[in-house]
Design a protein around this ligand. Structure first.
Ligand SMILES: [Zn+2]
Length: 429
């Protein structure tokens, strides 16, 4: 089986007519905006014209698919909302690839037994916190949160949804019971440079990195930049600068090739060219695929900052703003995707995702897997985001093969022939 690239291109093109701004060449389908909803209704229309079943759930997720309703479904998809001035493929690719896979499978197996559905998820990009549709499907939403959630302009989620004819509390009814799901598979652009730089076609995603965020205060003494001798200062910036140099060592000694530590926001006080900075306030964001390694990295950051504070006569305080544990993808699905990629002869890498995706919530209710294709120069969340069509085709074919392998298995559990399972079987014999 091969997907039909031209048909996929046409669907992507038609969706991306909606919310396009020719001035900056970006896409503006912000969650629950008019353009976002227009995209959702366009998709339902397209699904109907193809004789697919389609509906929108209480969270604004649009479903489209085929097959018996009384059996667990294979669900594919991604979001079709965008960041402001977003790119052509971010999210849209996964939703349109799902449509293409359903079409291809229906052409080849008209008697398809397993229900195969696609979903265009709602508000993934974070206007109201992000991944709303996936959180709804995985039963993560609470009434309190739904009532309180608002965007950066103070617009409440409930009002934004009401303006589109949706009742916010109905999002609670969008939860899909585990027994209704057989698997969830998402195709997405990498949004980073790794596959492109390494000239690889497919990323087999092992999981979504965990992430912690600290706000650090280094407090010294603001002094006159002319009268305070260099050896009598408590210069908070010097402490920050020393820490920046420690990051490489901290990762080398405590981390992995999947570790990341970033100082992304810095403020110096009083912030005057002729004054020794008395206070440095900065963020540390750490990431890894292993929660224990994240803990080691965090401890190493704390030890380094304590030592640096002593050296520069500073006070060191930090606040841990958030700690999100890593979310591994289903290992049997990771192995299955890898196996399909090998069979096609595509070059690939097993890798973590540094960015969050709908898959991370779906992994809590079913076997969830994520396939990446390269982003040219790693560009994302910008109009310059692009991916080669041959990579789009390769990624959609892997989505097709993966879904077909799950669907084609008469034994509902047989697609879990992972290395681990096989080893387990051998051991038990
Ligand atoms: Zn995305």
């Amino acid at each position: 089986m091969q997907i039909n690239l031209e048909r996929l291109q046409q669907n992507l093109h038609d969706l991306n007519e909606i919310g396009y701004n020719p001035d900056d060449r970006g896409f503006y389908r912000i969650g629950f905006s008019d353009a976002d909803m227009q995209g959702r209704h366009w998709l339902m229309e397209r699904a109907r014209s193809l004789d697919l079943d389609t509906y929108m759930d209480g969270a604004g997720n649009v479903f489209f698919g085929i097959g018996a309703r009384d059996k667990p479904m294979i669900l594919m998809g991604s979001h079709i909302d965008t960041v402001p001035a977003g790119g052509y493929f971010d999210g849209s690719l996964g939703a349109m690839a799902a449509l293409e896979v359903i079409e291809t499978m229906r052409e080849h197996q008209p008697e398809l037994d397993t229900p195969i559905w696609g979903v265009a998820t709602a508000e993934e990009e974070g206007r109201f916190g992000g991944m709303l549709g996936a959180q709804a499907m995985s039963g993560k939403l609470t009434p309190d949160w739904l009532q309180e959630a608002h965007d950066a302009d103070g617009v409440y989620l409930k009002d934004a949804m009401a303006a589109q004819g949706l009742d916010v509390m109905k999002a609670l009814e969008a939860a899909i019971p585990t027994e209704r799901l057989k698997a969830f598979v998402e195709l997405h652009i990498e949004q980073g440079p790794v596959l492109f730089q390494k000239d690889l076609q497919i990323g087999v995603v092992e999981g979504i990195s965990g992430v912690f965020k600290w706000i650090v205060h280094l407090k010294g003494k603001a002094d006159h930049a002319g009268t305070a001798p260099m050896d009598m200062r408590s210069d908070a910036f010097m402490g920050l600068a020393d820490f920046a140099h420690e990051i490489e060592r901290i990762i080398a000694e405590n981390g992995t090739d999947k570790s990341r530590i970033t100082v992304g926001k810095v403020e110096l006080k009083p912030g005057h060219p002729h004054t020794v900075p008395g206070e440095a306030i900065f963020t540390i964001v750490g990431r890894d695929m292993d929660n224990d390694i994240m803990t080691d990295l965090a401890n190493a950051c704390r030890r380094a900052l304590s030592a640096i504070a002593r050296k520069h006569r500073l006070m060191f305080e930090y606040e841990q703003v958030s700690w999100l544990a890593p979310k591994p993808c289903s290992s049997r699905l990771v192995d299955l995707i890898e196996q399909q990629t090998k069979q096609r002869g595509y070059s690939y890498l097993r890798m973590p995702s540094g960015a969050g995706h709908d898959t991370q919530f779906m992994s809590e209710v079913t076997d969830a897997g994520l396939i990446f294709i390269p982003s040219i120069n790693g560009v994302s969340h910008a109009p310059d985001e692009w991916s080669h069509w041959h990579d789009v085709e390769a990624g959609t074919n892997i989505l097709l093969d993966t879904v077909a392998a799950i669907a084609g298995d008469s034994d509902p559990n047989a697609w879990l022939h992972t290395r681990g399972k096989e080893n387990g079987d051998k051991n038990s014999q």
